[in-house]
Design a protein around this ligand. Sequence first.
Ligand code: ATP
Length: 310
Amino acid sequence: MLAVVPPPVTVRVPSKINLHLAVGDLRDDGYHELATVFHALSLTDEVTVATSDDPGVEVYGEGEGVVPTGANNLAWRAVQALAAHVGRPEPKIRVALRKGIPVAGGMAGGSADAAATLVGLAALWRLEIGRDELAGIAAKLGSDVPFALYGGTALGTGRGERLVQVLSRHPFHWVLALDQKGLSTPSVFRELDRLREAGDPPRIGSHTPVVEALASGDPRQLALLLGNDLQAAAVSLRPGLRRTLRAGVDAGALAGTVSGSGPTCAFLCDGAQSAVEVAASLAGAGVCRTVRVAHGPVPGARVVGGEESP
Ligand code: ATP
């Protein structure tokens, strides 16, 4: 009998920035308690999963030739996790990543690929599995993976994996400054611990005003409230970021912040047209590798142009 091979499934998945990232003290398990407001942006990766006799991962675009294609790739770990969950050992799956999200850029690109792979594989295998069940698997792969499934704007607590959606009425417009080289997330947390031992750098306050500004939809109000406890550590490891942050505001942005553990800087703009102008001006300032314009919030991982994902 002829085996029917299902057609490949492609999933688009957003990047994230943190509008607010409060880092608590180091916990006994080595993680920090976080309170963060995630915001999903239209800078995306596209992930295609297909049945194949040559299982593995291939990477194109951002991180091509750098991102591991073996068992360490988060997308491959997602294949294995879902396969184990549904009792399909040795999955014959090939995953192609078309990456627009910068690697080690503080925008959760690897987590996005893992989330997209879960959604894509669930569709390819026609699994009866809801997004909440996928989120349980996602949380074991990494603290940023569940958010990439849901997208939107959400408050994350714990390690960032406990999510509550936040009302965000209007689109916000952003310019992203991508750096030449990534920063490793663990090294940025270690640097924050070191700075806190050496002195007591100021900590950002509660997330409540940010949540209120999001509900109002006023970018000027939100601009005053962007905050990230990891920013001082990222700047300490990459002092040039100070110049990048200043250049974005000089170019006309309302405010700038380091995204997550950096080094990508996100600049909030007064509208879509303003974002295009800020991007053009920032691109000419010579402070970053490249710039991107994006808006948020956008939905989480979704099958492109086909059947509905779970
Ligand atoms: P976060 O914001 O969640 O801390 P990040 O955006 O700073 O993450 P990633 O792009 O997710 O960082 O990559 C971190 C490291 O993970 C990379 O240096 C890379 O070697 C490894 N990695 C594994 N799988 C992937 C993937 N699919 N895409 C990108 N990096 C991956």
